[in-house]
Write a protein that binds this ligand. Structure first.
Ligand code: BJW
Ligand code: ZN
Length: 240
């Protein structure tokens, strides 16, 4: 570490959950191999075929509940570091799974939403839905109308969540760490530039180098490189 950080923003993507058994999007065996992006990750696709989109998310929700899906050493290392670090720490995830929560992360923003929540487009309610399969006929638990429920996620063309809080943290951080994201999707793909412009050191942790312009990179599986990276700070950043 070139200097001792006081404020850290970490961005995670699908790669941090890959070793927990959740497929990434753009790998050869990824989610986009089986589905056309525009069919399942856009408001237009949902309007055309809501049953197909609900099934896509029902299936992913079911997978998340399977016993072999659990936080890996990458998720756990982030939560442990946050618990011990005496400075400011914000974890921003593009992932809609709950593996960071299960690992114990606390200051966590899901910028692309959460698979275990649904939203009613008729009354605006956002409610937890951990288990039930949803269909176009499902009834909203708040307004009791059918036909308004959708996954509480951010599709292409929609505004990601928590942008004000994220941009404020990026402007104030002195270390930005991007983990397991391909950098194909904006605005997350720009975060390292925003942090750099604010004076932060930028680091990429990924299976392979992406096209981003980071100061430093460490390459390998997240379950190995994330614990190794976060173990590499002087003890003084933990003592109060
Ligand atoms: C490992 C590993 C291991 C694997 N260990 N690593 C033209 C130019 C610029 C922008 C646009 C444009 N046209 C349209 C746009 C905007 C558009 C966009 O970015 N389009 C691109 C296609 C160009 N963006 C939007 O529409 C966004 N909204 C928006 O921009 O609003 C306006 C705005 C303006 C100003 C400020 C703010 C906003 C919304 C984007 C919504 C994305 N939604 C999805 C679906 C979410 C729900 C769901 O999960 O179903 O989000 S798409 C999908 O991609 C998902 C992911 O979060 C996101 C990113 O994917 P991620 O995580 O990077 O996964 P992969 O698979 O791509 O990469 C995995 C990585 O892991 C790889 O690098 C591997 O190497 C690595 N890896 N195993 C370590 N074991
Ligand atoms: Zn409703």
């Amino acid at each position: 570490m070139s200097s001792i950080p006081r404020s850290i923003v970490v961005l995670t993507g699908a790669g941090v959950s890959a070793e927990s058994g959740i497929p990434t999007f753009r790998a050869a065996d990824g989610l986009w191999e089986e589905h056309r992006i525009e069919d399942v990750a856009s408001p237009e696709g949902f309007a055309r075929n809501p049953a197909l989109v609900h099934d896509f998310y029902n299936e992913r929700r079911r997978r998340l509940r399977q016993s072999d899906v659990r936080p890996n050493k990458g998720h756990l290392a982030l939560a442990e570091f946050e618990r011990k670090f005496r400075g400011e720490f914000l974890l921003v995830t593009q992932n809609i799974d709950d593996l960071h929560e299960r690992a114990g992360s606390r200051k966590l923003l899901h910028m692309h939403g959460e698979m275990l929540k649904i939203r009613c487009e008729l009354c605006g309610a956002v409610v937890e839905n951990r288990e039930a399969d949803i269909s176009p006929a499902s009834i909203c638990p708040c307004c009791h109308c059918a036909g308004g429920l959708r996954p509480h996620v951010v599709w292409f063309g929609e505004m990601p969540f928590h942008m004000d809080e994220i941009l404020t943290a990026l402007a104030a951080c002195d270390l930005f760490v991007s983990i397991g994201t391909s950098g194909n999707v904006y605005p997350a793909a720009d975060f390292h530039r925003t942090a750099k412009a604010a004076g932060a050191e930028t680091v990429e942790l990924n299976l392979e180098q992406t096209g981003g312009n980071f100061d430093r990179g460490r390459y390998g599986p997240a379950s190995e490189i994330v614990p190794a990276f976060f173990a590499n700070f002087p003890e003084s950043i933990f003592t109060r």
